[in-house]
Write a protein that binds this ligand. Structure first.
Ligand code: GDP
Ligand code: MG
Length: 597
């Protein structure tokens, strides 16, 4: 296909604004999939993505479209991941295309992820076509939302297309806009091959499948190609495009988007953003901006039932095969036994992996407090990364500690603004900006990531009754006064509960923690001291009093069934407990104790 007849684009939207439904409609109306084979959300593959309505792996589909002018066009749609944790992948896939459809729900308006994603698109120099979706709904307010797009994002929305992805109204206009308002790709067929690695995943039949955008040159079946980041060479044994099933091709030229396989064993060998060239007479300069995605949030995953450790290992191995940004190493904890210290791109990524282990592999897990990566500057000049508070060296050896910070953008209806400001302030935030878009405020805060990783989303949702939208990106590291707080139950340290905290907040956090634990740990036959400490210094303390009577004592005499029920209930509760020294701590305590109110 000549460059003039190719259009490459993505759809950017806040979650639930109709990205997947619109993609389905475009696939259907170009006849890419026969009506009888059409199922909802063609591009969303994993179950968990469908349930949560998020797309994690970039998917792509090639649409053949005959425009009103009678010309045949190839339209490549890349569906980008929709969540902040995958920001790097979003920004890479944006660089593989020239334009975006900006979908905004005309009953809702611009949200935090609309902004975050549109900024990625603008960064990638996209031409942007605004699409107002859900016009079939009575609450649709196209004129108001068009004005809001102009005010908040600063792009012309006078030509916004009014669409109902549900009923199909405006779909034809959308396809015409892709052809006439988005630019054709540029590229040189005669130059050495330069292809950008947009995404890759593991397929149990084909091995690693690589999604590429050809920038210059031509890639052909049986070519030997070089991955520039790690200087490995592979023979292309399968080449093609997605329609959305795999369609084999002999070659792909400039501007095209397709896949290949080359007997690559591990996703780790295929880095998103890498440049692929020919083995011989290849390009010498890679495409700019390549950096592998780094995990920023770490936590321990331990099986509730320690006999399931090997099952957990094999589950984690399998998940890592398909996810280069998920890292893990074995960890032993005095309290929790054998498990893994795992690294994630963010909290959602953590949740997705944890859910999949529990659901697909049927292993119950204890998750320790998520921790960010700290930079420790040692007195001897050494600089180390700290992934686990349990590994914190003696404070006297540490010169200073740096923690990661983020820029958080929150959009919230006016009436909840006060609560949001307070929440951010409580989390050591520094306000950077506050503007209004209609009746909604947009606040930008500089926050320590460590204050966000645990329950910030939950708190934000609850103080705003679900009306706030939130997005963030990492901005860098900054020195602060941080210490490790340990928790001791019955004088035994419970390493899974230790955490890094700001010195000024340590006492408050320590007190909250011991009070919570006092409620969460059942009473035993003896008194149990519960303490929070920094180094050797106790900063908070509670005592759980001893149990006086047998629990069944209150079931006076005769009622045997009732007595047995109570004992059974106790036993069931026991299963989910962990023993620490002589004390049983229920599994929920690990999560609940770390939440702040
Ligand atoms: P995504 O998260 O952006 O991919 O959004 P989805 O495509 O999954 O859509 C979110 C919800 O909005 C789903 O329940 C859709 O059925 C619904 N939806 C999408 N487009 C329309 C539309 O044009 N009209 C109406 N009434 N509902 C829509
Ligand atoms: Mg979707």
């Amino acid at each position: 296909t000549p460059l003039s007849h190719i259009r490459n684009f993505s759809i950017v939207a806040h979650i639930d604004h109709g990205k997947s439904t619109l993609a389905d409609r475009l696939i259907q109306s170009t006849g890419t999939v026969a009506d009888r084979d059409m199922k909802a959300q063609m591009l969303d593959s994993m179950d968990i993505e469908r349930e949560r309505g998020i797309t994690i792996k970039a998917q792509t589909v090639r649409l053949d479209y005959v425009a009103d002018n009678g010309e045949h066009y190839v339209l490549n749609l890349i569906d980008t991941p929709g969540h902040v944790d995958f920001a790097y992948e979003v920004s890479r896939s944006m660089r593989a295309v020239e334009g975006s459809l900006l979908v905004v729900d005309s009953t809702q308006g611009v949200e935090a992820q609309t902004l975050a994603n549109v900024y990625h698109a603008l960064d990638a120099d996209h031409e942007i076509v605004p699409v107002l979706n859900k016009i079939d709904l009575p609450a649709s307010e196209c004129d108001r939302i068009a004005t809001q797009i102009e005010d908040v994002i600063g792009i012309d929305a006078s030509q916004a297309i009014r669409v109902s992805a549900k009923t199909g109204v405006g779909i034809k206009e959308t396809l015409e806009a892709v052809v006439h308002r988005l630019p054709a790709p540029k590229g040189d067929r005669d130059a050495p091959l330069k292809a950008m690695l947009v995404d890759s995943w593991y397929d149990s039949y084909l091995g690693v499948v690589v999604l590429v955008r050809i920038i210059d040159g031509v890639i052909r079946l049986k070519d030997r190609v070089r991955f520039m980041s790690n200087d490995t060479v592979h023979l292309i044994d399968r080449l093609g495009v997605f329609k959305p099933g795999m369609l084999p091709m002999e070659e792909l030229g400039p501007g095209e988007i397709g896949f290949f396989t080359a007997q690559i064993k591990e996703v780790r060998d295929t880095r998103v953003g890498d440049t692929i060239t020919s083995e011989r007479k290849g390009a010498t300069v890679a495409l700019p901006g390549f950096k592998p995605a780094q995990p920023v949030v770490f936590c321990g995953l331990f099986p509730v039932d320690s006999s399931e450790f090997e099952d957990l290992r094999s589950a984690i191995d399998k998940l890592a095969l398909n996810d280069a940004s998920f890292s893990f190493e074995m960890e032993t904890s005095a309290a929790l036994g054998f498990g893994f210290r795992c690294g994630f791109l963010g909290l959602l990524h953590l949740e997705v992996i944890r859910d999949r282990i529990e659901r697909e592999y049927n292993i119950e897990l204890i998750t320790t407090a998520p921790s960010v990566v700290y930079h420790l500057y040692m007195k001897d000049g050494d600089v180390r990364d700290l992934h686990n508070p349990a590994d914190m060296p003696d404070l006297t050896l540490v010169d200073h500690i740096e923690e990661p910070r983020i820029k958080a953008t929150i959009l919230v209806p006016d009436e909840y603004l006060g609560d949001v400001l307070k929440l951010c302030q409580d989390r050591r935030g520094v306000q950077m900006d506050l503007t209004y878009a209609g009746s909604r405020a947009m606040v930008v805060y500089d926050l320590p990531l460590n204050e966000v990783v645990f329950d910030f989303y939950d708190r934000l949702k609850s103080v705003t009754k679900g009306y706030a939208s939130f997005d963030y990106n990492l901005t860098g590291y900054q020195e602060d006064s941080l210490v490790k707080m340990s928790v001791l139950v019955n004088d035994e340290p419970v390493d899974a509960l230790s955490m890094m905290v700001h010195r000024d907040r340590a006492e408050m956090r320590g007190r909250a923690m011991v009070e919570k634990l006092k409620d969460l740990i059942p009473r035993h036959m003896f008194k149990i001291p519960i303490q929070a400490a920094i180094g050797g210094k106790v900063i908070a303390r509670e005592t759980l009093s001893a149990l006086r009577k047998d629990v069944t004592a209150k079931c006076y005499g005769g009622d045997a069934t009732r007595k047995r029920k109570l004992l059974d209930k106790q036993k069931a509760g026991k299963k989910k407990m962990r023993q620490f020294g002589k004390v049983d701590i229920p599994q929920e305590a690990f999560i609940s104790a770390l939440k702040m109110d």
